[in-house]
Write a protein that binds this ligand. Structure first.
Ligand code: FES
Length: 126
């Protein structure tokens, strides 16, 4: 089999961080990609404008799982403003890159995070 993913992607795919919804969350961002059918939910817990806890539920490909995992790691402990500044490039770089046809997977994870922050700021849970 041709290995298209970096070791880091495979490691996050096999041992995803922060997997699962949070029992006590303040907001969730739900996003999906109609082209591939993948769906991601990113849950955040916020205190004093800082993401104190985060979880994800992702139904998707290996890259979707790995980018969800990495996005939650990057966002945990960040202020909402800093979380909004995270880009898909940051997520892909932190994973030592993604194959070009899988870049949209990292977009989905960051979009989910941003949507969760936007919902939180609007005062809606989802
Ligand atoms: Fe669509 Fe990975 S193939 S998110």
């Amino acid at each position: 089999m041709v290995e298209i993913y970096s070791d880091k992607v495979m490691e996050h795919f096999k041992n995803p961080r922060n997997m699962g919804s949070l029992a006590d969350y303040d907001a969730v961002g739900k996003v999906g990609n109609p082209a591939c059918g993948d769906v991601m939910h990113i849950y955040i817990k916020v205190k004093d404008d800082v993401i104190t806890d985060i979880g994800f539920k992702t139904m998707g490909c290996a890259a979707a799982i790995a980018t969800s995992s990495m996005t939650t790691e990057l966002a945990k402990g960040k202020s909402l403003d800093d979380a909004m500044k995270l880009t898909r490039g940051d997520v892909a770089d932190a994973l030592d890159g993604l194959p070009p046809e899988k870049m949209h997977c990292s977009n989905l994870a960051v979009d989910g995070l941003h949507k969760a922050v936007e919902n939180y700021r609007k005062g809606v849970k989802e």
